[in-house]
Structure formats: C-alpha cells, structure tokens
Design a protein around this ligand. Structure first.
Ligand code: PMV
Length: 315
C-alpha cells in the first residue's frame, strides 16, 4: 500500500523571540511544500530517501543513533510498524521545495507530511491526530517545540500563538505576496535564543519596554489583518524589525537585504531566529516584481510565495 501527503512550510510574520517571553506571535503557512511518499516493503527495514541522504536502517534502534535531520521519519515509521505488529518494513521518499535550516519550517512540514503519509499506509487519521503525531516526531529534534510550526503547517493559513493560550486560527485571507530572501548564513536557533536571554538579563527594563511595544504592535497588526490594510501591516513589519535590531538578533547582511527590500515593498524584516536565515518583504501585485528584481540585482537568492490556505494534503 502506498500513501502520499504534502504539507506547507511557514514563516513567522511577527513576534519571534518575544514569544519566548509570553508575547503573541503570528505565523503563516507558505505555498512551498514537502511531499512524502510512504510504502510498505516486504523487507524488515526502514528506508529513507531524501536530499539530505539515503538511509537504510533496521527497526527498533535508539533514536539517538539516527541521523539528526531524518529522525522524525524514522521515529514515525518505527512506531507505526510496531503498532501494526508488522514483520514488514517501510520505504519513505521525501521531496521538498523548502530550503533547509533557514527558518522556513522545512522540519515541521516534514513532520506533518511524514506523519500523514506514514500512518496513512495502514489507517486514515484525522488532522488533529496527525498533528499530534507530527509534534511528537518533531520533539525528536527539538524537544522544546511549542508545536506552533506543526500547527500552522497542518491547518494552513495564519495562526496566532502565545505560551499561555496556545494556538488559534486567524480567519482573514489576505492575498499578499511574500518575497523571501535567503542570507545563506546558517544560524543556530538555540544559540540566538540564549543570546537574547543574556540581553534580557543585562537590560531588564529595556527588554521589558520592548516587549510591551511588541505586544501593542501585534494588537495593531491583528486589526490591520482584519481590514486587509497592507500599508499598515508593512509599517508594523518595519517597527518589528527595529525591535529585533535592539535585542541584537540582526546583522549586517540582513540589514542590507532589508534596506533593499524596503525600497519598493510595504516593509520587510527578518523571520525566525535571525543571525542569518531569511528575511521577508510584504508586497502585492503592484510591487512584487520590482522587489524581487532589486534583491536579485544585489545577488540575493529570493523567491515569491503566498499564504497557503490548504495546509496538509493527502493523496
Ligand atoms: O528560526 P525558527 O523558525 O526556528 O524560529 C525561532 C523562533 C524563536 O522565537 C526565536 C524561538 C522560539 O522557540 O519561538
């Protein structure tokens, strides 16, 4: 039996880092996808084929011995094979349009599409059940995950998330184009989160003031989203970037990319942990091409994406 599923990547529109300290973040799914094909095979092996590497492993080995990035797939296949009490194995083929390790949700999309495809070989599960499995699988690589990334990859659209209230869907369906540019600087989310923690400890009052400003900004953004006010959202994007600058998670390359993107878009900022990774610029039909062109002329790798409203798809 073959089972196939795909899930979108994501970006953090607002609130990265501050979300760690209780402020609300806004995330959206983007129309770049990971597709996973799973099939049972007679041999008692777990075979994973991906752009990272190909693996052939026996079931039942400790997860710590599996290649870091491919752990979620192994975890899911091993669990499902055990649950089915099967003597057979599973082959998993991963195909992705999402760049790796730059904060665009490649790993959560893998977990969601992986959970749906792998479990789908034997049973049909609800989206909620798949999301639960995906978060469990993501914990094999990010034990402290909030689950927000997997949530937005499963349901698509825009979500708000905060530590106290968890996630909820934002119903607006804006048709903006996001220009995403990759700094090609690898970053470690863990290291940058620790750096921000240090900044907070050394600048308690300053940090608390920035958190308050971010909180007010997010409230404004929610109104702008409701009113389809791209200009207003753009202004908030620029302000949010200023706050991220203040806490030290930007750098010269990101600043340069943002400066270029701000010339023609409604506003741009880094997305995710910072220190590298990606920036995004908010545009519509009127300024999308020129923003792309200006970033490309400066030799930045970039592409245009829209919000994905579909989320998880199974075939
Ligand atoms: O770069 P990403 O997509 O892993 O985002 C990190 C977001 C942070 O707020 C910096 C950390 C977190 O756990 O929320």
């Amino acid at each position: 039996m073959k089972s196939k599923a795909s899930a979108p990547g994501k970006i953090i529109l607002f609130g990265e880092h501050f979300v760690v300290y209780g402020i609300k973040a806004i995330l959206c799914a983007i129309n770049k996808r990971v597709t996973v094909l799973a099939e049972d095979i007679p041999e008692n092996k777990i075979i994973i084929k991906s752009r990272i590497k190909d693996l052939v492993l026996s079931p039942n080995i400790p997860i710590s011995q599996v290649d870091f990035q491919l752990r979620p797939f192994y975890y899911l296949a091993d669990k499902i094979i055990k649950e089915q009490n099967e003597k057979s194995g599973m082959q998993i083929t991963v195909d992705s349009e999402i760049p790796l390790g730059v904060g665009l949700g490649s790993s959560s999309a893998c977990c969601v599409a992986g959970a749906a495809a792998i479990s789908g070989v034997f049973t049909r599960n609800s989206r909620e059940e798949i999301l639960e499995m995906a978060i469990e699988a993501e914990k094999t690589i990010f034990p402290n995950t909030s689950g927000a990334d997997c949530t937005v990859c499963t349901h698509g659209g825009i979500i708000q998330y905060d530590k106290q209230n968890g996630h909820s869907k934002i119903d607006s369906k804006p048709k903006f184009h996001l220009i995403i540019a990759n700094s090609k600087i690898e970053h470690s989310t863990k290291e940058i989160v620790s750096k921000v923690k240090l900044f907070k400890e050394e600048n308690k009052e300053k940090f608390s003031n920035i958190c308050n400003e971010e909180n007010n900004l997010i409230e404004d953004v929610l109104i702008c989203l409701n009113n389809n006010d791209f200009g207003g959202i753009g202004k908030s994007i620029i302000k949010n970037q200023e706050y991220l600058e203040k806490i030290g998670v930007s750098n010269e390359k990101l600043r340069n990319m943002i400066e270029i993107a701000n010339q023609s878009s409604f506003g741009s900022k880094l997305t995710g942990a910072g220190g590298g990774g990606c920036i995004f610029a908010l545009t519509d039909e009127s300024n999308k091409e020129i923003t792309l062109q200006q970033l490309k002329e400066n030799n930045y790798e970039c592409f245009s994406a829209m919000i994905d409203f579909k989320g998880l798809d199974t075939f």
